[in-house]
Design a protein around this ligand. Structure first.
Ligand SMILES: C[S@@+](CC[C@H](N)C(=O)[O-])C[C@H]1O[C@@H](n2cnc3c(N)ncnc32)[C@H](O)[C@@H]1O
Length: 270
């Protein structure tokens, strides 16, 4: 993994933030995945431009609890959203697009081989997907938020990207399907370290032996805690991530810190 790291972080931390008022929270929550929306999808409600996975392919594990369920419980009990509105707006901004393309992804992908069939988990508005899809023949993006999944599916319809509304802790794919996986600035939105570990194990399950997982995340800083006011923020400790990756079924786990971000890479064990 190479050196150097993304540099325009101060702008991110210095952004004007605002609290989600109750109507904003309500509006956003309507877009978030909840049990009702899952139920509608399971009955076959297909959003425009979105390839909705209606039935799990063979070999899929379904853990008893899921990140979606835990996020929903947090949301219900505390009035939180998995990702707050200001954070999502930033993840759609030209500023983030520039940082992703010119700093974050060159740093994270340095020396990594994506192969022909890449899984991206948590694409959000898809600025990371826009870069990844130029580097792999085929990309499958799995996004928890139904509204974001539908928008991205619509925007990238007819491209080499398939967008699926789903939860990384219970992926609707058979074992050993993908050549590589990317998990960019999303692990901290999974509401507990146990569910994060379940997500890592689920990614390992769907990777081919030797397939690479590459990722990044923000470190726990006061500024980042402020950015995440009112949403799910369970930061990843870079000191424990390599053993967690190994426990999830990866080998050659490598974690690197630059500034207020970490990157990681690991290969699915044989
Ligand atoms: C901060 S955004 C990052 C988006 C994109 N990766 C980027 O770096 O621009 C995190 C995304 O992960 C999604 N997410 C959170 N938990 C998820 C889960 N359990 N399964 C799939 N996506 C999830 C959120 O809905 C959100 O869109």
């Amino acid at each position: 993994m190479g050196s150097g790291g993304p540099g325009s972080r101060r702008k991110y931390q210095g952004r004007q933030l605002y609290r989600c008022g109750s109507s904003q929270r309500r509006r956003h929550r309507e877009r978030a995945v909840d049990g009702g929306q899952h139920a509608r999808l399971d009955r076959g409600c297909v959003a425009v431009g979105l390839r909705v996975q209606l039935e799990h392919e063979s070999g899929t594990r379904r853990p008893a609890s899921s990140a979606a369920g835990a996020a929903r419980r947090l949301g219900g009990e505390l009035g939180w959203d998995p990702v707050n509105k200001a954070h999502l707006e930033f993840c759609s901004s030209p500023e983030w697009a520039r940082l992703v393309e010119h700093e974050l992804l060159p740093w994270v992908l340095d020396g990594c081989e994506l192969g022909d069939d890449l899984l991206e988990v948590g694409p959000g508005p898809g600025l990371t997907t826009d870069v990844l899809r130029r580097k792999a023949a085929r990309v499958t993006a799995v996004e928890l938020d139904l509204g974001l999944a539908a928008e991205l599916g619509s925007r990238l319809a007819g491209s080499n990207v398939s967008v699926i509304a789903g939860d990384v802790t219970r992926l609707p794919f058979p074992a050993a399907r993908f050549s590589s996986a990317a998990c960019l600035t999303m692990l901290h939105h999974i509401p507990s370290s146990g569910l994060q570990d379940a997500a890592l194990a689920e990614i390992a399950r769907v990777l081919r032996p030797g397939g690479l997982l590459m990722g990044s995340d923000g470190l726990d800083t006061p500024a980042r805690r402020e950015v995440h006011h009112g949403d799910v923020f369970v930061p990843v400790d870079p000191g424990t991530l390599a053993p967690r990756l190994r426990a999830a079924g990866f080998t050659r786990a490598c974690v690197d810190v630059a500034g207020d971000r970490l990157k990681f890479a690991a290969a699915k064990g044989q």
